[in-house]
Design a protein around this ligand. Structure first.
Ligand SMILES: Nc1ncnc2c1ncn2[C@@H]1O[C@H](COP(=O)(O)OP(=O)(O)OP(=O)(O)O)[C@@H](O)[C@H]1O
Ligand SMILES: [Mg+2]
Length: 271
């Protein structure tokens, strides 16, 4: 299948919901949220794919303990922990800088969607790169997205960038399914709760733009330790408080996404 022409929408008839995980800002935890949410949905019995659309800085290989893949031996997507995975990091050594211009990035993302046999999935979660540039825009236009989840941090300053992300999706008529607040609070060893990054930002943004606030994920060093060691926290420590927050988030999505899409939001293409 050739890469999509500008303005052309790809079709993924076997995939029920295609959901982009985005934020205007870098480093807020999009990739971590995308991976753990995908695993939590899988634990709820869903068939889930995770596509890493960050061509310059792929995160999926490290989070899933994977590296370069010999395509002649292992067909894409790669199966791990029950998920179907695709990432640029399977094709190119992450230490080798990719200096591609916009159109080539768009082409790569398009072929991840259109040329890979994702099979039958309930959810395809797409981990978007930071920012609101070409790659994000192309993907939002070329993929038949059900909607986008915006990840933000609780501080007011993070909201400025999150709003940019929201605006970008509005421009391309992709519905915002809801807001997820990451690094919301920290529970100290004595059980006390702290909010080093402020509080309330996610809820504020959700009410400001009139979308559901889907949940908050606490800060815990275990999250990054697990992510760096190749087994996300939801899979490695399913009983951990952070994992429980993801299980709840996944349950909320299972309840809300069908309702939202049934309500006839624009740009929905469920095949
Ligand atoms: N709830 C959390 N508690 C502790 N650490 C976290 C949490 N969420 C994410 N992190 C850590 O923060 C760092 C950034 O997370 P991540 O790579 O997921 O962000 P990102 O938004 O995808 O970044 P980028 O914009 O570069 O793609 C990682 O080291 C990750 O392990
Ligand atoms: Mg990322």
């Amino acid at each position: 299948m050739p890469p999509p022409m500008p303005g052309q929408k790809l079709e993924l008839p076997g995939v029920k919901y295609i959901i982009a995980v985005a934020s205007g800002k870098g480093g807020v935890g999009k990739s971590t949220v995308a991976a753990n949410l995908a695993l939590a949905l899988h634990m709820h019995g869903q068939r889930v794919g995770l596509m890493d659309a960050d061509i310059y800085g792929p995160s999926v290989p490290m989070m899933f303990g994977l590296g370069l893949v010999d395509q002649t031996k292992t067909p894409f997507p790669i199966e791990k922990f029950g998920l179907s995975l695709m990432s640029m990091g399977f094709l190119v050594d992450p230490n080798q800088a990719i200096i591609w211009r916009g159109p080539k990035v768009a082409q790569a993302v398009g072929s991840f969607l259109g040329q890979i046999n994702w099979g039958e999935l309930d959810f395809l979660i797409i981990d978007l790169p930071p920012g609101t540039g070409d790659a994000q825009l192309t993907l939002s236009q070329a993929a038949p997205l059900t909607g986008a989840l915006i990840v933000t941090q609780p501080a007011e300053v993070s909201l400025i960038d999150a709003r940019k992300g929201v605006r970008m999706f509005e421009e391309v008529r992709v519905p915002i399914l809801g807001i997820i607040e990451n690094m919301s609070y920290l529970v100290a060893t004595d059980g006390s709760k702290h909010t080093p990054f402020g509080s309330g930002g996610g809820k504020k943004l959700a009410s400001e733009i009139g979308v559901p606030f889907l949940g908050e994920i606490p800060i815990d060093q275990m999250v990054s330790t697990c992510g760096d060691s190749g087994e996300p926290i939801v899979r490695k420590h399913p009983e951990h408080a952070v994992s429980k927050a993801y299980t709840e988030l996944a349950a909320t999505m299972l309840r809300e996404v069908p309702k939202l899409t049934a309500a006839g939001l624009p740009a929905v293409d469920l095949g």
